[in-house]
Design a protein. Structure first.
Length: 380
């Protein structure tokens, strides 16, 4: 049984799943954006192990922002590659049509759950997405919010295999330098609020900065660390200056080891993402998993996919309405002003992480989905 798995790029949080797929199936990984980051922001793509079957279709020729040559190579590969199953997490329209033409079974791997739109183009694409999902041979749903949406479309429950997104546990990367971070930046006695992510609109950093300008007045020992980079960086610097915020630090270059150290020293992690547009929002938010691994309370919004599976409001953090600066401020204040609550919520975050961030069960969702597509005559 030959499987083509179409995915944007190889990232560390997919390593365990890809390795399990490689060990258990005859799978070829086809990467469409390897070496090119999302939203013009550089990403840390990993090299593929030499024993994997891999094909990188990324080209350097973009037409109106689209890698047209990649699409051509992808169609050729799927139509003539003689695959039994085509499994896609990206380029789903091309992959679905190619599967139908070639007679392959089709599995869609999906993390997206927000399909409201006012634009004609997006409404039409959403309409075709519904057709594809309903007619897929199997569906791997990356979270309960996705499953909820698909069931509302009338997708058959028995062909949906759900598991939350999993992320790497970086706690093993914490070094002795973590103890020096607070001293280095003069924040020994501060309550540190941490954000990690790209500086793009849907991450909601603007709302966090505005919220912190209020929080800083209410809690003078609060300190905000923004870890990330992106095209909005200069705008955020300007906003900080306009609001006369003092207790803030930008870390624009952060490798995995440094990220682990900052996770370890923060008091609360905040992912303030917003619904920016019909195709620009936080489908999941792996940084929530990462922060929970360190036993940190989480403050996030109703626009974050991971919040529906990993964060229970009032239990291991708070979920607030996206774009609501006051709610965001209040939620953070409740945690940093109550040491006992912070400690309890942090412990619950780690417990939840251990239960739900389970790569073995994650792989089982893939296995059940793939095996449900078996037909007589297919080999391993």
């Amino acid at each position: 049984m030959r499987i083509a798995f179409i995915h944007p790029a190889h990232r560390d949080y997919r390593q365990q799943i890809f390795e399990q797929l490689h060990e258990n199936y005859d799978v070829t990984f086809i990467f469409t954006k390897q070496g090119r980051g999302q939203g013009n922001v550089e990403e840390d793509h990993k090299a593929m192990p030499p024993n994997w079957k891999c094909k990188v279709l990324t080209s350097n020729s973009l037409l109106f922002g689209y890698d047209v040559f990649m699409f051509v190579k992808l169609v050729k590969e799927l139509l003539f590659g003689r695959y039994d199953i085509i499994m896609a997490s990206t380029c789903k329209y091309i992959c679905y049509v190619s599967a139908k033409i070639s007679g392959s079974k089709f599995i869609i791997l999906n993390e997206f759950w927000y399909f409201e739109s006012k634009s004609l183009k997006r409404s039409m694409l959403n309409y075709f997405t519904k057709i594809i999902v309903k007619n897929s041979d199997s569906v791997i749903s990356l979270g309960s919010r996705v499953t909820q949406e698909f069931l509302s479309w009338g997708v058959e429950a028995q062909k949906i295999y759900e598991h939350p997104q999993c992320a790497v546990d970086y706690t093993g990367l914490v070094s002795s330098e973590s103890a020096e971070i607070r001293k280095k930046y003069g924040i020994n006695n501060k309550k540190v609020i941490l954000f990690v992510g790209r500086f793009v609109e849907f991450k909601g950093v603007e709302y966090l900065i505005r919220s912190f300008s209020i929080l800083e007045q209410r809690h003078e020992d609060s300190f905000l660390i923004l870890g990330g980079k992106g095209y909005l960086e200069n705008e955020y610097y300007k906003l900080v200056n306009d609001l006369k915020i003092k207790n803030i630090l930008f870390i624009t270059d952060m490798n995995d080891y440094e990220k682990a150290n900052f996770y370890s020293i923060c008091d609360v992690f905040v992912l303030p993402s917003v619904i920016y547009s019909d195709n620009s929002y936080e489908a999941w938010g792996l940084v929530v998993n990462e922060a929970m691994a360190f036993g940190k309370p989480i403050v996030t919004t109703d626009a974050v996919g991971s919040g529906y599976d990993l964060v229970k409001d009032g239990f291991n953090g708070f979920i607030v309405k996206n774009k609501n600066v006051e709610e965001l401020c209040d939620a953070i204040y409740k945690i940093i002003s109550n040491e006992e609550l912070k400690s309890i919520m942090g412990k619950r975050s780690r417990q939840t992480f251990e239960v739900k961030n389970n790569y073995l069960r994650f792989f089982q969702a893939f296995k059940y989905s793939i095996d449900s597509c078996r037909v007589p005559g297919m080999n391993r």
